[in-house]
Design a protein around this ligand. Structure first.
Ligand code: AYL
Length: 545
């Protein structure tokens, strides 16, 4: 690894991957012949699942139905409002096979939140389940050139433009599917990036396939010869987030693992799944690791089959890792606790702990994955910094997004002309090129791994005529990591209570965006000369009050 640093930037100590020309779906399912009878995805709540051969057939048929029956054209956007279900895989890969571009929303979003996202990227079809049909139909009414709603688990209702997924697949609609180029965009997840409202992140087949190859680098991850060896993954992070979709679902499907998932997390159901499916691998977010480590109902016997745990998407603490090892009464050699770091804008993984990382590095988010370069840039001078010096983390590689959807300004601010992604995270690295994330300069708030854009909450609060100014920041929370807190300035002689503000946000936005950090009324919001909110001052204030 002595060559990992040159004068200009750091290179991955793990070398390069061969960036291929495959589409995502073809790549993920390219080895299916070897295990077509093995289970692919199972719903842990209902037990419903499909083997790999069946899954691939359903994907092909779904592509035929979308192109041939709903008349979706290559490049058209389809919106998913789906929890983690086996059919999620059928729809997302079916759509990609038909050359469509997928965007997904949290099913617990309000209709306002979904309308904004699906309207922004002109969605022409929505797929959902019965529980979210009312939201889907309300959103559909606001969309132009709408082709229809696909109802997973439901029947056709042609008068309403509703198609049951099952009947679509049974009909075996034929269509000439397009030849899809790997440079084409296939997924538009939403991320607020470093500032402002959530924006569409344009990811191409090549971005997503590259990231699978990077994170499955045989040397780094010791995966050689282990594919399809009957491993079972139990996972709850949502597939409608880039971590769940590419980092977990596609990652494990490519390996031929049995993916067991749940549409909704409850401690009892999760423990039931541990016992029933005996998972060898868990992919979690820090709050789920905390649950496993500290919840009294989770016993070490429940975790006896687990060999590997991947923790991603938000910071986790050394002490939580220690607590977990104490709970399972295992050593670091008997159970691998891997960590990853990334962003929606980078498909998502850029840093990962290698399989054999030494215990002294616990707390690190790992090393650069292959074909990825980094710089640590001083926040004050813009200089490139050496080991043990904290600065903004910049990253470059084939997994970095094409840009933000219809937002050139934000794209230019985030990915510079040399291709460096400015992450808005503060990090340093040590002599062995292990990275440590220490802070965030961007506005983003992370609640249980979910993104919360302060701008989105501020816009909602500003809608009240009594409000003169507002700023929202994240404050630390032992369970959620961070929670949003609002600082509000009222116009003269106006009265609003903390409850008024909280209720307003609760009406408009989904649960995890609510103001669990509380509301503080101020005389003025601290702003710099350019009028930018000085969020760090508010964070300090937020911790005191
Ligand atoms: P987004 N430690 C600290 N902060 C993190 C970490 C981590 N391990 N991972 C992500 N973040 C923060 O787009 C950081 O501020 O990404 C980063 O800029 O929802 C932001 O979250 C990005 O938020 C995996 C699995 C990475 C998942 C991910 C995260 C994808 C979500 C690597 O192996």
């Amino acid at each position: 690894t002595a060559t990992a640093a040159d004068s200009n930037c750091l290179n991955s100590p793990w070398g390069e991957i061969q960036v291929g020309k495959e589409t995502l779906t073809d790549y993920v399912f390219s080895d299916v012949e070897d295990w077509s009878d093995a289970p692919s995805v199972t719903c842990g709540a209902s037990g419903r699942g499909y083997d790999y051969g069946m899954m691939r057939m359903m994907i092909d048929r779904c592509a035929g139905a979308l192109a041939g029956h709903l008349k979706m054209a290559p490049g058209d956007r389809i919106g998913l409002i789906l929890p983690n279900l086996p059919e999620f895989v059928v729809l997302i890969h079916g759509a990609m096979k038909a050359g469509l571009v997928v965007t997904f929303a949290n099913p617990l979003y309000t209709a306002d939140e979904v309308k904004r996202q699906f309207g922004d990227c002109n969605v022409k079809a929505i797929a959902t389940i019965e529980m979210f049909m009312p939201v889907a139909q309300e959103v559909a009414k606001s969309l132009k050139d709408y082709k229809g709603t696909i109802w997973v688990g439901g029947e056709d209702d042609k008068g309403q433009g509703v198609y049951g997924l099952r009947s679509l697949l049974m009909a075996d609609h034929q269509a000439d599917l397009p030849t899809v180029d790997c440079e084409e965009v296939c997924l538009i997840p939403y991320s607020s990036g470093t500032t402002g409202m959530p924006k569409g992140v344009m990811l191409t087949h090549k971005n997503l396939v590259s990231n699978l190859k990077q994170t499955q680098c045989p040397k780094m991850m010791k995966y050689e010869g282990e594919k399809g060896k009957g491993d079972v993954l139990l996972t709850v992070p949502p597939f409608f987030h880039i971590y769940g979709f590419n980092g977990i679902l596609n990652y494990n499907l490519k390996l031929g693992y049995h993916v067991v998932t749940m549409p909704r997390f409850t401690p009892d159901d999760y423990i039931k799944c541990l016992v029933e499916y005996q998972p060898t691998t868990l992919f979690v977010v820090p709050s789920l690791l905390a649950f496993l480590a500290t919840h009294p109902s989770v016993k070490k016997e429940h975790l006896q089959w687990v060999e590997t745990i991947m923790v991603g998407a938000a910071p986790t603490t050394d002490s939580m890792l220690e607590k977990f090892l104490l709970k399972v009464e295992k050593t670091k050699d008997e159970i691998k606790l891997l960590q990853g770091y990334g962003m929606t804008e980078s498909s998502p993984v850029t840093l990962m702990t290698p399989y054999t990382y030494p215990y002294s590095k616990v707390g690190s988010v790992g090393q650069l994955v292959p074909s990825t370069q980094a710089r640590i840039v001083s926040i004050t001078t813009g200089e490139m910094l050496g080991p043990h010096k904290s600065g903004e983390l910049w990253l470059r590689g084939p997994q970095v997004m094409k840009g933000y959807w219809k937002n050139e300004k934000a794209t230019k601010e985030t990915v510079d002309s040399e291709g460096w992604l400015h992450t808005g995270d503060v990090a340093y690295y040590d002599e062995e090129f292990y990275f440590y994330i220490v802070d965030r300069t961007k506005e983003l708030i992370k609640v249980k791994g979910n993104q919360v854009s302060p701008t989105e909450l501020e816009n909602v609060i500003m809608e009240r005529p009594e409000v003169a100014d507002v700023a929202v920041v994240g404050v630390p929370d032992p369970l959620a990591g961070e929670v949003p807190k609002a600082f509000v300035v009222l116009k003269p002689k106006q009265k609003l209570t903390e409850k008024d503000i909280k209720d307003l946000v609760a009406q408009k936005l989904t649960r995890y965006k609510h103001l669990d950090g509380g509301v503080v009324f101020l005389e003025s919001i601290p702003r710099n000369a350019a009028g930018k909110i000085m969020r760090n001052e508010l964070k300090v204030l937020g911790m005191k009050k």
